[in-house]
Design a protein around this ligand. Structure first.
Ligand SMILES: [Zn+2]
Length: 165
């Protein structure tokens, strides 16, 4: 029999065993939980309400406690980074994510109403910034642009070197 997670062949000790090792079993359970979340919980109104209440509570706590806010934001960034690393390591998942992004961009392009709605939040956020914050933001964006340009040049150089070989 083949492991449902890694595909390796193994001899099951019982008819219920679907994965080859404790690691794969944990991964199997994780996937099942995830599927459950996507299929049921996400669309469950009571659960959504609970989650909304929790997020609001957390938001209020964070407003009252800058240290907590810093911790929560750092944890979220770590989670996103970890997720992206995992996706990038998996060519199929990475391609699927890129495709999703392309479709989303197309949807935004073809649906002005939805686009306006999407931009409402960020616009409101920008309007509420102080003049100093706006200047700092513009400087940071400029820096990012330079960095991206630099990365492009580097990639181009590496590519040419590879082509010359
Ligand atoms: Zn396995």
């Amino acid at each position: 029999m083949h492991c449902a997670v890694c595909g390796k062949e193994f001899i099951p000790r019982s008819s219920l065993q679907t994965s080859c090792s404790p690691e794969c079993r944990r991964e199997f359970t994780r996937r099942k939980e995830r599927a459950r979340y996507h299929n049921d919980l996400k669309h469950d109104d009571a659960w959504r309400e609970k989650r909304r209440t929790y997020l609001q509570f957390l938001q209020e706590m964070m407003q009252a406690d800058p240290d907590l806010e810093k911790d929560v934001k750092a944890a979220r960034q770590r989670a996103v980074r970890k997720y992206m690393e995992k996706i990038r390591a998996d060519p199929v998942a990475y391609e699927a994510l890129k495709q999703q992004k392309r479709e989303y961009m197309r949807m935004l392009r073809d649906d002005p109403e939805k686009r306006e709605k999407m931009l409402e939040g960020p616009r409101q956020w920008y309007r509420n910034l102080t003049q100093e914050q706006k200047i700092a933001l513009a400087a940071r964006n400029q820096q990012r642009k330079h960095l991206a340009a630099l990365m492009n040049v580097q990639t181009e150089l590496i590519k040419r070197k590879e082509d010359d070989k």
